[in-house]
Every structure is written in structure tokens, then in C-alpha cells.
Write a protein that binds this ligand. Structure first.
Ligand SMILES: C[S@@+](CC[C@H](N)C(=O)[O-])C[C@H]1O[C@@H](n2cnc3c(N)ncnc32)[C@H](O)[C@@H]1O
Length: 398
């Protein structure tokens, strides 16, 4: 979350960061010089995860104040305290349970959750699946400082857990960071948007769309009420089902909760959203040009929640709930979290007010961010009673 910047005017990075970006740019350019234009997913992969140079791999400050964007857990502990209520309900049904969090950022959500869950029903294990070696280190430091008593239950995974486990899988703002491909609808068919390089900069170039991607786009277009016209460009994550399968395959009895910004497919591919949903963040400014300062800028895209629900189906997971972040937090006792409001100091009240406003207002994270629960191994009555979706369930819109 950060302010819009339609003219893509960004602060100048310091010299040492520019040189990191230039090094990464040279690697990408060499690849293009050798093999020709690359798929956007490949460019995004290198921009975000090139060892030592990519946005998530280099040791830059990304989240919260002084970083590029703010996520819900960074605002304070209200988000985690409400999420803990949902976890408690699932944990009571399972008994001994564990949590597996993917893409844990600074580790603050894990720390706040463990603090909330410790009184009543703590997990037997908290495992973190994190791609970035740098962020793993940050997470260790955060957790060591916040919950030293729980360190023996926390571990990090190099790959998704394969052994069978029961519990809760969490992904807050992770699917938006998965690589996507870009496409454009032309009069003579669907084209893939590739990344080419000129003398000084990267640029888009249209090319033939690979068959697998083309088939997936045709399928999604066939399900739309309104067909986009020629010139419409957007994104698609054709590997989402494979990723979802990999990260949840070991979950025998559990609920996977995905919280992210996105839309149902119908809204994602609305004709007026004709430039897609790609968004870049640098120093609290949002823009739409992924070619500015590769490696220094976060690149993400909105989540197609209908695609997530379809991927769930192909993985043997049931969609047990879908709602907005605001309704999810309200249904998980946001009012109870605010019950001690009167006892807070003036300064704390202001901070709390701001936090709740950002988390719940429709123009902030309240509606743009949505929550989907994917379950496996429960009886139907329990699945249909998840408290986070008791105030509003939007599954019929998927
Ligand atoms: C936008 S950040 C969100 C961080 C955190 N969940 C939060 O809400 O503050 C995305 C996180 O996902 C991680 N990530 C992205 N793709 C991943 C993958 N395939 N496996 C594991 N972690 C991944 C990134 O390294 C980063 O920690």
C-alpha cells in the first residue's frame, strides 16, 4: 500500500543502489542479447529474485517506514490479533496443529500471531517457507527479539513441506509477488508481451503467444461476460495451480488462508482495465513501469481470485470462504480488539485509529484486499462455519 504516482516520477536512488541495479540490468540485457526478448515472467523473476541483486534477494529495506510499501501486519498487531481468532477456531477443531507461513516478510506476522495464540492454543510448530535468504535472516532477528520463548518451535523451509501435516497455511501478500506473464489482444489473435532491450532501456515487444499460455487465456476469456477489445493487455499466472499444489500438498487436514489484493475474474479482465494490473513500488510511490531501476523496485500484480479457486479445485482443496479483508477482520472480533481503546493514551489511540482505518476502509485495504479460505479434510458443517466469512461470503461472485 502506498500513494499513486501517475507520472512515474521517482526519487533518485543513492549511487550504491544504482550500481546494484546496473549490474542486474547488465545480466538481463546479456540474456536478451544471447537469446532474444524474454517472457515478462522471466524478467520479473530476475528483477525480484536474481541472487544478491534481485529486489527480494538483495538486503534492501522493503517494508514499512523507510521501505517501499506497507503490508497489513506492518501497521500494528490488529491484523494478527483478528487472524488469530480465525486460527483458534480451526485449531479447536483440529487439536494439535501447526502453522506454515509462506513469504513471511519481516516475520512480524509470525511474531504477533504467536503472541496472540500463546495463551489459549499455541501451534506445535511454526514453519516459514521463504525464498529470500536476506528476509529469512530478518525474520530470525524479529522472532528472536519478539518471541524468544517460541524459537524452538519455529523453523525455516527450503521447499514446501512434503510430510503430512495438519493446521493452517498462511500467505499474506504472496500471490501478488509470484511471477506473471503479460499478453495483449490484437485483431489477429493473442500476443505475448515480451521484454526486449534497446541501447539504453528495456521495452515491450509483442510476440507469438506460446500454446499453453494461449489455451489458458482462451479458457478464461470464454468465461467472461464482456469480451475485451483489441488493444486490451493484462497478466496471467499460468503456473498458479502447480504452485498451489506444491505448497499445500502436505496439508492433510487444514485451511489455507490467502490474503491479497485482487478481483474476481470478471472484474480483473474488465474492458476498462485495459493496461492490466501490474504495479511497482519504490519508496512509498506506486507506478506502472517495471523497467525503471530493476532490482530496486517491487513488481507485483493483482490476484485473480477466480483462478485461485479453480487452482484449488485441481488440487483437491475446497473453497470454504471468500470475502473482503474488512469483513474478515470484523467477523473475527475487530470490535473486541478495540475494546481496550478507552484505556489507551492519546497517542496510542491515534495510531490505533489509523491502523483500523487503513485495514478496513474500502478506499484503503478494506475492499481491495480479499481473503480466501481453501480447506481439506474437514466435515462440511465445520467448513461452512468459518467465523471470518460469517458476516459476508462472496463465493457466489467467483
Ligand atoms: C510482498 S512480500 C509480503 C511479506 C509478508 N507476508 C507481509 O505481509 O508483510 C512477499 C513475500 O513473499 C516471499 N515470496 C515470494 N515468492 C515466494 C515463493 N515462491 N516462496 C516463498 N516465498 C516467496 C518474498 O520473499 C516476501 O517475503
Amino acid at each position: 500500500m502506498c500513494s499513486a504516482n501517475p507520472r512515474n516520477i521517482l526519487p533518485e536512488p543513492p549511487a550504491e543502489l544504482k550500481s546494484v541495479s546496473k549490474e542486474l540490468t547488465a545480466i538481463i540485457r546479456n540474456k536478451i542479447a544471447r537469446n532474444g526478448p524474454v517472457a515478462f515472467s522471466e524478467y520479473m523473476e530476475m528483477s525480484l529474485y536474481e541472487p544478491g541483486l534481485g529486489y527480494y534477494s538483495a538486503g534492501l529495506r522493503k517494508f514499512a517506514e523507510g521501505g517501499d510499501f506497507v503490508t497489513a501486519p506492518q501497521l500494528g498487531n490488529v491484523f494478527a490479533r483478528c487472524l488469530a481468532k480465525q486460527i483458534e477456531q480451526i485449531a479447536d477443531e483440529i487439536g494439535q496443529y501447526e502453522i506454515c507461513e509462506v513469504g513471511a516478510g519481516t516475520g512480524i506476522l509470525a511474531a504477533d500471531l504467536l503472541q496472540s495464540l500463546q495463551q489459549k492454543h499455541p501451534p506445535t510448530r511454526y514453519r516459514i517457507l521463504e525464498r529470500s535468504a536476506h528476509l529469512r535472516q530478518v525474520q530470525k532477528e524479529t522472532l528472536q527479539q519478539a518471541v524468544p520463548q517460541w524459537m524452538d518451535r519455529i523453523s525455516w523451509l527450503d521447499e514446501p513441506p512434503k510430510d503430512g501435516w495438519d493446521g493452517i497455511f498462511l500467505a499474506n501478500e504472496v500471490i501478488d509477488a509470484l511471477t506473471v506473464d503479460r499478453f495483449c489482444i490484437e485483431d489477429d489473435g493473442i500476443k505475448q508481451l515480451l521484454v526486449a532491450a534497446d541501447h539504453s532501456e528495456f521495452r515491450w515487444q509483442k510476440g507469438p503467444c506460446p500454446k499453453r499460455m494461449q489455451d489458458k487465456i482462451h479458457t478464461l476469456l470464454a468465461g467472461l461476460e464482456q469480451q475485451p477489445d483489441a488493444g486490451f493487455c493484462s497478466e496471467i499466472n499460468i503456473d498458479l495451480p502447480a504452485w498451489l499444489h506444491a505448497v499445500t500438498a502436505g496439508m492433510q487436514k487444514g485451511i489455507a488462508l490467502f490474503i491479497d489484493y485482487g478481483y474476481t475474474r470478471h472484474n480483473y479482465y474488465l474492458p476498462e482495465r485495459r493496461d492490466g494490473t501490474l504495479i511497482c513500488h519504490y519508496q512509498q510511490r506506486a507506478h506502472d513501469n517495471p523497467f525503471i531501476w530493476p532490482g530496486l523496485v517491487d513488481i507485483s500484480s493483482s490476484v485473480d481470485f477466480t483462478a485461485l479457486a479453480e487452482a484449488a479445485d485441481s488440487c483437491g482443496l475446497e473453497v470454504n470462504g471468500y470475502t473482503t479483508q474488512a469483513m474478515f477482520l470484523l467477523a473475527n472480533g475487530l470490535d473486541a480488539v478495540l475494546a481496550d481503546f478507552e484505556t489507551l493514551s492519546e497517542r496510542q489511540r491515534l495510531k490505533m485509529n489509523n491502523q483500523v482505518r487503513l485495514l478496513t476502509l474500502p478506499g484503503e485495504m478494506g475492499e481491495r484486499f480479499q481473503v480466501m479460505a481453501l480447506g481439506r479434510g474437514f466435515n462440511n458443517d465445520f467448513c461452512e462455519s468459518l467465523r471470518g466469512f460469517s458476516m459476508s461470503d462472496l463465493r457466489h461472485k467467483l
